[in-house]
Write a protein that binds this ligand. Structure first.
Ligand SMILES: *Cc1c(COP(=O)(O)O)cnc(C)c1O
Length: 368
């Protein structure tokens, strides 16, 4: 049985007719940028998450870049972020000239809130809480540290559309939250798309101005902005998918539950669930000391896998200037050596899941 690491076509097929009708409607409208679809999506998504304002943007990285810019964070400032987060998280900080300060992950493979304080200096301005893999950070501890040291909290919800922390929806807890609608994300567009959410009217106004060349009124440019607009077609298609997001999340939770109970090979660990967080299972992570051999073995059985992420950001060429070396963040480095994403997508059949489970349970490393 051939099983791809991800299969977006299955999800598309679930509501193909509606997507196609909406695409035609938007193509025929004659209005393609910043029109009614974007406005309506912004209202619907803000209501869905429970935030006052949503500003549609071109992608998730732009949401991060604009979030720190709006908060006035730049050269000379420091922002706390998890060492094993996606490299876009670091870029959202460093493109503004600020310094990403990396904190090791906890047993839930995400920012260890107990290690934040030791990294705080008089330059620290914010904490970027990335809800990795669909699971929330410990927002209670993070917000307590932020309050104590007068720091802003930005949430990266690119992998956590409707994840909750102690009953609160991720994206409504910090000062600003950043969403990506990249096709593989929980709420995925059919191309690039993203959004910035906040309860603060000033921040929302600033984001609207910045995304459109720094202009509120056509051709009156107040600041040097960017072009980062969500387009009408993507907004229309996102509105269709948003109606089904609860169902899509629930289906992935069922798949995860089957994996959680089905995977019994003692050499394979599954992601620990943080008490207080639901997990919307953006993807399904396993951890294995023989990861590369396991991935090769699964490939042999035609099971696709992906490593999120093979090179930790601090060891990438882009961040060589941080001056960090192998051994400086041992937990982050161990994470990237052992982590593996196994197939997990909406529309995955029970037979396919069972095939993956059986293969994993039969794995015996030669290197052992
Ligand atoms: C995908 C992702 C981003 C970037 O989103 P893009 O839309 O691809 O720019 C940022 N942070 C995290 C955690 C992501 O998973």
């Amino acid at each position: 049985m051939k099983i791809a690491a991800n299969n977006l076509k299955r999800q598309y097929d679930l509501h193909a007719e509606e997507y196609e009708a909406k695409a035609l409607e938007d193509l025929r409208s004659g209005w393609y940028i910043l029109g009614q679809e974007v406005k309506t999506f912004e209202k619907e998504f803000a209501d869905y998450i429970g935030s006052k304002y949503c500003v549609g943007l071109a992608n998730g990285l732009d949401a991060l870049i604009l979030a720190f810019r709006i908060l006035g964070i730049g050269a000379g400032d420091e922002v706390i972020v998890c060492g094993n987060a996606y490299i876009a998280c670091m870029m959202g900080i460093s493109i503004n000239g600020a310094l990403p300060v990396l904190v090791e992950p906890d047993e839930y493979a995400n920012l260890d809130a107990d290690r934040i304080e030791e990294k705080i200096t008089d330059k620290t301005k914010a904490i970027l809480a990335v809800h990795l893999y669909g699971q929330s950070c410990d927002m209670t501890k993070i917000c307590a540290v932020a309050r104590k040291h007068n720091l802003k909290v930005v949430e990266d919800c690119a992998q956590s559309h409707m994840t909750t922390w102690e009953g609160k929806v991720c994206g409504t807890i910090g000062d600003i939250s950043c969403f990506s609608f990249y096709p593989t994300k929980g709420l995925g567009a059919f191309g690039d798309a993203g959004a910035l959410l906040t309860d603060n009217e000033e921040y929302a106004e600033a984001a609207k101005m910045l995304r459109n060349y720094g202009s509120r009124v056509h051709y009156e440019n107040e600041v040097v902005g960017v072009n980062s607009r969500l387009d009408e077609l993507q907004a229309g298609l996102l509105r269709v998918k948003l109606k089904y997001l609860d169902d899509l999340n629930a289906e992935r939770c069922e798949i995860a539950e089957r994996y959680n109970t089905g995977i019994t090979n003692p050499l394979i660990r599954v992601l620990k669930t943080r008490p207080g967080s639901n997990n919307t299972w953006h993807q399904y992570e396993i951890f294995c000391d023989y990861r590369d051999e396991l991935a090769a073995y699964l490939k042999e059985k035609e099971i696709g896998t992906i490593i999120h992420y093979p090179i930790p950001p601090h060891l990438s060429e882009a961040y060589a200037y941080l001056g960090l070396h192998e051994g400086d963040l041992p937990l982050t480095e161990k994470h990237s050596r052992t982590v593996l994403s196994i197939p997990m997508y909406n529309g995955m059949t029970i037979e396919e899941q069972q095939y993956v489970i059986d293969a994993l349970n039969a794995f015996v490393p030669e290197a052992k």
